[in-house]
Design a protein. Structure first.
Length: 220
């Protein structure tokens, strides 16, 4: 089973969490795309979706699935999304696709967050994957200096603007031993929209696709 098949297997397992009449929060990225394609097969059973990015909204609409505004949808029963890294507490690094802020908003507004990934995403310590930080453009140089003081090496994601009109700094060489503290410290920097650490609101379930099938983890 290759990596893409592992992602699809995790997405298939997440479909079991979708109940009739739900409005489902949907994430962004290659694994979330598998979930969107599978959701199309049961679209008549759900009341609609809330998308965490313009790209996901476009893919959902292409399948004939209704996309709703989060403000109109209210509290969501379920959010399904991928991750770039997860530890065993289900703290995540997200934002490789650049949608971290909207992903964090939808996760916060959801009762249950089901994270889907291939088994390579499970790590002991977060930080091998460069940590995305969405920044208001005028604050870029200041935030870079502060991230260096925290021990990271921030690199501007060239040629990329978020759906919110901001830039992303990808922070290399961080070993994030206390994800909740690091999330709080980076979020407090003036000009940071959000950081791609999901620890204050971690996943509730992690579904990992692997060579031997699918396994589910819940926080220790």
């Amino acid at each position: 089973m290759n990596q893409d098949q592992m992602k699809k297997a995790a997405a298939e397992a997440a479909i079991a969490y979708v109940e009739p009449g739900m409005v489902v929060g949907v994430g962004t990225g290659s694994t979330a795309n598998h979930f969107i394609d599978l959701l199309a097969e049961i679209r008549d059973r759900i009341d609609g979706t809330v998308a965490s990015s313009e790209a996901s909204a476009q893919r959902l609409r292409g399948h004939g699935i209704q996309v709703m505004d989060l403000n109109a949808a209210g509290q969501l029963p379920l959010y399904v999304d991928g991750a770039d890294e997860s530890n065993r507490e289900l703290h995540l690094i997200k934002g490789g696709g650049g949608a971290l802020t909207r992903e964090k908003i939808v996760a916060a507004a959801s009762d249950r967050f089901v994270c889907i990934a291939d088994e390579s995403k499970l790590v002991d310590v977060l930080g091998a994957f460069p940590l995305p930080v969405e920044v208001i453009p005028m604050a870029r140089a200041y935030v870079v200096r502060e991230l260096v003081r925290l021990g990271g090496q921030p690199v501007l994601r060239e040629g990329f603007i978020t759906d919110n009109g901001n830039v992303i700094l990808d922070v290399h060489n961080l070993q994030i031993s206390d994800p909740t503290d690091m999330e709080r410290r980076i979020n407090q920097l003036a000009g940071v929209v959000t950081v791609g650490i999901f620890a204050q609101r971690p996943a509730d379930v992690l579904i990992l696709g692997g060579a031997d099938g699918v396994r589910k983890l819940e926080p220790r």
